[in-house]
Design a protein around this ligand. Structure first.
Ligand code: TPP
Ligand code: MG
Length: 1038
C-alpha cells in the first residue's frame, strides 16, 4: 500500500522544482544531464496506454531512460523524448514497428514522431506481465519451495501450486512447464506464452535477480526467481508494508550467488552438526530408557542458533536471553550455552540427592546462565536460558520481560547489546494464544525488546497430532504476520540454507530491530519422547523417516565430495567429540550431590552472601521522616512543570490531595505515592504495568498528567521527586493478562533492586494469566531456586457489581500457600515473622488501611530476600472517608502490621468481650459501622488479619488469649466456599490448639463469586452482619 501510494504520488503532476527534487534524489546523474526534467502532466494523462496499473512500469522505464536512453526500448525512447520536447497531449507516443524476428533493425531506424504503428501495447503488457510474474514469485514462491525434508507433507498444508506462478517442481519437465505457461496464458493471468521465453525484459527496481544486469530473457528471469524463492528456502515477507524492509529482504535472497560459504564456514558447520548429532547419540547409548526429548531430525538447530548468536555478537550484542521448550533443550544447554557436560549427565543419575532447598524440576526444564568468549567473534557473550514449566510457550513473555529489564539496566535503549531468542515447537507456536499476546508486546514502547529472533522446530507433528488437525493456518508461523515479521521457512536437510537464513535473520534484527521468524522444517526421528512408538499414529511418515539419511551423514558426504573435508578428518571430528562426552561422563560419576543452584538463570550478584543466603534475617522500619512524606505529598498534589494545563477535574483531585497532606493524612493513592516516591529516592527502580494503570481503573491514581491543549504532552510527577532518583516506569499495557504478567515476572527476575508491580484491571481477570501464577509465581523458587519479588495488585471486594469484577479469588492464592495448617510453628524463634516470610512461597495480604499498604510495599524491598507479593486491593475504600492513615503511623520506627488488633472499648475490658470477630479487608468497615449502630463496642472485639499468608500465628494467639471468654468467629463478605474461610479456620484452630470452635459469619456457599442483583447483594450483606453480631447465633451448634 505504502509502495503503491509512493508510486502514485510520483506520477501525479509536479511543479518543476518538485520534479527536479524528486527525481534527482533517486537518479542525480541523469537529472543533471537532462537539466530540468519535464513532468508528466497532460501528455501522460492523455496517452491511451498509461492506465493506473501501468504507471509503476512507466516510472521504471523513465528512470532507466534518464540514466541511459539506449537501455529502454526504442519506442520508449521516442515517447520520453517527445514528452520532454513538449509534444502536445496524446501525441508523444509513437507506435514502433511490429515486433517480429529481425524487427530490431527496423526499430533502430525508427524516428521520433514517425507514423509507423509498432505493437507497443503488447510490449507494455508483456513488461507488466513480467513484473507481475516477479511479484508473484516474491509473494507466493514459498508455496512451491521444497521445504519438507521427507518430501511427503507440504509445509503450507497445500500441495497445489499457486495459479499465478510457474511451477518450480517441474521446471525440468518441459511438457509440464509448457502446460503451466499455457494455463497462465489461457487463464489470462499474464498473457505470456512460450515464444516470450527468449525475449529480453527490463527488470524493475523491485527485484535484484539481475545482479549487474538490468534486463534478462524471460527464461532466465524465471530460472533466477525459482532459484531465489522455490528451492530450500521459502521467504514470506511481501505482507510487510515498508518498502525499505522489502527491498532489504529481496536483495538478501535474490542477488545471484549471494548464498556462498567459505570452506572454513562449511567445516565449522559440519563440526557443529557433529556435536549436535553425537550428543544425542551419546545420551541414547548411555540412558536408552530415559526421556530426553531428543533433537534427532532437527540437528541443524544447534548450528542455526550458533549462527544467530555469532552474527549478533559480530553486530555488538553481548547478552542473549533464550527461552525454549523441551525439544533439544539438553543439546542446546550442552552445545550452545556450553553448560558443563558432567553437570548435564549427572542429572540422569537417579541416585543423587538434591543439595538445595526446594523441590527442583526435571532436567529439561532447568535454566542456565553462562558467560564466555564467542570463539567466532572473540567477544564476550553472556547466554541465559530461562527455566520454564511444561506449559508450552508460557516462557515467551517471561523471556521478553527479562530481556527488557536487562536492556533497561544497561541503558541499551535500542536493543543493540541485549537480545532475545525464542524457540518454539510447530504445534505450540500455532496453538497457544500466548504467542499472539507476546507478539503484540513486541512493538509497544514500554515492552519492546527491539526484535526477537524466533526459531521454530517445525518437525511437522505435535506429540501424536498431525499438523492438518492442529492448525487452520497454512504455516505454523502465520501468527507472526500480525506484526509484519518476515518469516524464513527452510528445509532443515540443507544445512547451508539454514545457516544462510539464520544469518539473514540476525542481520534483520540488528538492522531493523524487529521480530523475525526462522521456520526449520524438519522431522522427528523418534516418538514424542524416546519411549513413544510413533508408528501407532503416523505409520507412513515414520516409514519415510526410517529411510531418511541423517543430515550429518548427508552433509559430510557432500563436503567430502566437494573436497572441503576428507573422510578421516570427518571421522576424527566425531571421535574427538565422543571422547569429550566419555570424559565428562567419567567426571560426572564423581558428583555426589545435585545442585539446582548451578542451573540458575538469573543470578543476583551482591544481593546474597557468597553461599546464596540472605544477608540478614531482619527488616528495618518501613517508616519515613515527616519531611520525606510531606515532600512526596506536595509533588503528588502538584504539576511540577511549567506551562502545563491539566483537566479541571484533576485540579480538584490534586487540591484534595494537597489538603490531605496538610492534615498529615494519606488516602490509598497517596499511600502508594509515598511508597513509590521514597523507594525511588533510595535508588529502587519502580515499574507499574497493567491495563490503564497510568490513571488507575478507578481514576484515583493519576500518575501521568495530560496537557489539555497539546497532544501527547504528558508529565509524570513521580519522576520529578528527587535529584538522582531512580526512574519510575508506569505503563498502560496491551489488553493481555497472560502476556503482560509473564512479561513483568521476567522483568522482576533481572534485578532484586526494583519494585515491579502488575495490576489487574479487576482482580478476577488474573485468571487469564493463571498459568503464570500457577507455574511460575507460586512454585518458581521451589522449582528453580530463583527468587522473585513481583507484586500483584488485585482489586477485590463485594460491592454489588455482579459476579464479575467482585472477587480476585483469594481462596486460590491461599490454597497454594505452602504453610501447614495443622502445625503450629515455633513462635519463640528469633525474628519469627521474617523467617516465616523467608520460608513461604508467597505473601498474601489484604490491607484495610492505606498506611499498611504503604508499609507492605516498602517492606517488599527492605526485606533481605524476595518473595512474590499478592495484594487484594480495594475499590470503594479508595475514597472511603475512614480509610485514611495519619502520618504518625508512617513515620520512622513504624512497621507493616500483620494483624491490626482491636483498639476500642472492647480492648479496654477484654474480660467482658463475648465475641472476637476476625476479618480481613473492606468488611471491617461494614462490621464497625454495624457494631456502632448496635451499641456493641464492649461486647464484640474486631481484629483484622492483614497478612493472611504466612499466617500470623504469634499475633493471633495473643489476641485470642487477650479475650478469654470470647467465642471466636471468622467473618467475610465472600461466599463460604470462597474467600479466606477454608484457609483461616484450620490455622486459627491450630493457633488455639483446637480449644474452641471457630464460627463462620458470611455468605452461603455459591457457584458464582457474587450475585448480579443489587438488592440480593445488600440482603446478603445484612444477613452476614446480623450473624456476626447475634451473640446467640451459634448457640444451637455448640
Ligand atoms: C500448554 C501445553 N499444553 C499441552 C502440553 C502437552 N504437550 C507436551 S509436548 C506437546 C506437543 C508439542 O508439539 P510441538 O509444539 O510441535 O513440539 P514438538 O514436541 O513437536 O517439538 C504437547 C501437546 C504442554 N506441554 N503444554
Ligand atoms: Mg512439533
Amino acid at each position: 500500500m505504502f509502495h503503491l501510494r509512493t508510486c502514485a504520488a510520483k506520477l501525479r503532476p509536479l511543479t518543476a522544482s518538485q520534479t527536479v527534487k524528486t527525481f534527482s534524489q533517486n537518479r542525480p546523474a541523469a537529472a543533471r544531464t537532462w537539466g530540468q526534467v519535464r513532468c508528466f502532466t497532460a501528455p501522460v494523462a492523455a496517452e491511451p496506454f498509461l492506465s493506473g496499473t501501468s504507471s509503476n512500469y512507466v516510472e521504471e522505464m523513465y528512470y532507466a531512460w534518464l540514466e541511459n536512453p539506449k537501455s529502454v526500448h526504442k519506442s520508449w525512447d521516442i515517447f520520453f523524448r517527445n514528452t520532454n520536447a513538449g509534444a502536445p497531449p496524446g501525441t508523444a507516443y509513437q507506435s514502433p514497428l511490429p515486433l517480429s524476428p529481425g524487427s530490431l533493425s527496423a526499430m533502430a531506424r525508427a524516428q521520433p514522431l514517425v507514423d509507423a504503428q509498432p505493437n507497443v501495447d503488447k510490449l507494455v503488457e508483456d513488461h507488466l506481465a513480467v513484473q507481475s510474474l516477479i511479484r508473484a514469485y516474491q509473494i507466493r514462491g514459498h508455496h512451491v519451495a521444497q521445504l519438507d525434508p521427507l518430501g511427503i507433507l507440504d509445509a503450507d498444508l497445500d500441495s497445489s501450486v499457486p495459479a499465478d506462478i510457474i511451477s518450480s517442481t517441474d521446471k525440468l519437465d518441459l511438457a509440464v512447464f509448457k502446460e503451466r505457461l499455457r494455463m497462465l496464458t489461457v487463464g489470462g493471468f499474464y498473457g505470456l506464452d512460450e515464444s516470450d521465453l527468449d525475449k529480453v525484459f527490463h527488470l524493475p527496481t523491485t527485484t535484484f535477480i539481475g545482479g549487474q544486469e538490468s534486463a534478462l530473457p524471460l527464461r532466465e528471469i524465471i530460472r533466477r526467481l525459482e532459484m531465489a524463492y522455490c528451492q530450500h528456502i521459502g521467504v514470506e515477507f511481501m505482507f510487510i508494508n515498508d518498502l525499505e524492509q522489502c527491498q532489504w529482504i529481496r536483495q538478501k535472497f535474490e542477488t545471484p550467488g549471494i548464498m556462498q560459504f567459505t570452506n572454513e564456514e562449511k567445516r565449522t558447520l559440519l563440526a557443529r552438526l557433529v556435536r549436535s548429532t553425537r550428543f544425542e547419540d551419546f545420551l541414547q547409548r548411555k540412558w536408552s530408557s530415559e526421556k530426553r526429548f531428543g533433537l534427532e531430525g532437527c540437528e541443524v538447530l544447534i548450528p542455526a542458533l550458533k549462527t544467530i548468536i555469532d552474527k549478533s555478537s559480530e553486530n555488538g550484542v553481548d547478552y542473549v536471553i533464550m527461552g525454549m521448550p523441551h525439544r533439544g533443550r539438553l543439546n542446546v544447554l550442552a552445545n550452545v550455552i556450553r553448560k558443563e557436560l558432567e553437570q548435564i549427565f549427572c542429572q540422569f543419575d537417579s541416585k543423587l540427592e538434591a543439595a538445595d532447598e526446594g523441590s527442583g524440576d526435571v532436567k529439561y526444564h532447568l535454566g542456565m546462565y553462562h558467560r564466555r568468549i564467542n570463539r567466532v567473534t572473540d567477544r564476550n557473550i553472556t547466554l541465559s536460558l530461562v527455566a520454564n514449566p511444561s506449559h508450552l510457550e508460557a516462557a515467551d513473555p517471561v523471556v521478553m520481560g527479562k530481556t527488557k529489564a536487562e536492556q533497561f539496566y544497561c541503558g541499551d535503549t535500542e536493543g543493540k547489546k541485549v537480545m532475545s531468542i525464542l524457540l518454539h515447537g510447530d504445534a505450540a507456536f500455532a496453538g497457544q494464544g500466548i504467542v499472539y499476546e507476546t507478539f503484540h508486546l513486541s512493538d509497544l514502547p514500554s515492552y519492546t525488546t527491539h526484535g526477537t529472533v524466533h526459531v521454530v522446530v517445525n518437525n511437522q507433528i505435535g506429540f501424536t497430532t498431525d499438523p492438518r488437525m492442529a492448525r487452520s493456518s497454512p504455516y505454523p508461523t502465520d501468527v507472526a504476520r500480525v506484526v509484519n515479521a518476515p518469516i524464513f521457512h527452510v528445509n532443515s536437510d540443507d544445512p547451508e540454507a539454514v545457516m544462510y537464513v539464520c544469518k539473514v535473520a540476525a542481520e534483520w534484527r540488528s538492522t531493523f530491530h524487529k521480530d523475525v521468524v526462522v521456520d526449520l522444517v524438519c522431522y522427528r526421528r523418534n516418538g514424542h519422547n524416546e519411549m513413544d512408538e510413533p508408528m501407532f499414529t503416523q505409520p507412513l511418515m515414520y516409514k519415510q523417516i526410517r529411510k531418511q539419511k541423517p543430515v550429518l551423514q548427508k552433509y559430510a558426504e557432500l563436503l567430502v565430495s566437494q573436497g572441503v573435508v576428507d573422510q578421516p578428518e570427518y571421522e576424527e571430528e566425531i571421535s574427538k567429540y565422543d571422547r569429550i562426552c566419555e570424559e565428562a561422563f567419567t567426571r560426572s560419576k564423581d558428583e555426589k550431590i545435585l545442585h539446582i543452584k548451578h542451573w540458575l538463570d538469573s543470578p543476583w550478584p551482591g544481593f546474597f552472601t557468597l553461599d546464596g543466603q540472605p544477608r540478614s534475617m531482619t527488616c528495618p522500619s518501613t517508616g519515613l521522616t515527616e519531611d520525606i512524606l510531606t515532600h512526596i505529598g506536595n509533588v503528588a498534589s502538584s504539576v511540577p512543570v511549567e506551562n502545563f494545563t491539566i483537566h479541571g477535574g484533576l485540579s480538584r483531585i490534586l487540591k484534595t490531595r494537597g489538603e490531605l497532606v496538610k492534615n498529615r493524612t494519606v488516602d490509598w493513592a497517596l499511600a502508594e505515592y509515598m511508597a513509590f516516591g521514597s523507594l525511588l529516592k533510595e535508588g529502587i527502580h519502580i515499574r507499574l504495568s497493567g491495563q490503564d494503570v497510568e490513571r488507575g481503573t478507578f481514576s484515583h491514581r493519576h500518575h501521568v498528567l495530560h496537557d489539555q491543549n497539546v497532544d501527547k504532552k504528558t508529565c509524570i510527577p513521580m519522576n520529578h521527586l528527587w535529584p538522582n532518583q531512580a526512574p519510575y516506569t508506569v505503563c498502560n499495557s496491551s489488553l493481555s493478562e497472560y502476556g503482560v504478567l509473564g512479561f513483568e515476572l521476567g522483568f522482576a527476575m533481572a534485578s532484586p533492586n526494583a519494585l515491579v508491580l502488575w495490576e489487574a484491571q479487576f482482580g478476577d481477570f488474573h485468571n487469564t494469566a493463571q498459568c503464570i501464577i500457577d507455574q511460575f509465581i507460586c512454585p518458581g523458587q521451589a522449582k528453580w531456586v530463583r527468587q522473585n519479588g513481583i507484586v500483584l495488585l488485585l482489586p477485590h471486594g463485594m460491592e454489588g457489581m455482579g459476579p464479575e469484577h467482585s472477587s480476585a479469588r483469594p481462596e486460590r492464592f491461599l490454597q497454594m500457600c505452602n504453610d501447614d495448617p495443622d502445625v503450629l510453628p515455633n513462635l519463640e524463634e528469633a525474628n519469627f515473622d521474617i523467617s516465616q516470610l523467608y520460608d513461604c512461597n508467597w505473601v498474601v495480604v489484604n490491607c484495610s488501611t492505606p498506611g499498611n499498604f504503604f508499609h507492605v510495599l516498602r517492606r517488599q524491598i527492605l526485606l533481605p530476600f524476595r518473595k512474590p507479593l499478592i495484594i487484594f486491593t480495594p475499590k470503594s475504600l479508595l475514597r472511603h472517608p475512614e480509610a485514611r492513615t495519619s502520618f504518625d503511623e508512617m513515620l520512622s520506627g513504624t512497621h507493616f502490621q500483620r494483624v491490626i488488633p482491636e483498639d476500642g472499648l472492647a480492648a479496654q475490658n477484654p474480660e467482658n468481650v463475648k465475641r472476637l470477630l476476625f476479618c480481613t479487608g473492606k468488611v471491617y468497615y461494614d462490621l464497625t459501622r454495624e457494631r456502632k449502630a448496635r451499641g456493641m463496642a464492649e461486647q464484640v472485639a474486631i481484629t483484622r488479619i492483614e497478612q493472611l499468608s504466612p499466617f500470623p500465628f504469634d499475633l493471633l494467639l495473643r489476641e485470642v488469649q487477650k479475650y478469654p471468654k470470647a467465642e471466636l468467629a471468622w467473618c467475610q463478605e465472600e461466599h463460604k466456599n470462597q474467600g479466606y474461610y477454608d484457609y483461616v479456620k484450620p490455622r486459627l484452630r491450630t493457633t488455639i490448639s483446637r480449644a474452641k470452635p471457630v464460627w463462620y459469619a458470611g455468605r452461603d456457599p455459591a457457584a458464582a463469586p457474587a450475585t448480579g442483583n443489587k438488592k440480593t447483594h445488600l440482603t446478603e450483606l445484612q444477613r452476614l452482619l446480623d450473624t456476626a453480631f447475634d451473640l446467640d447465633a451459634f448457640k444451637n451448634f455448640s
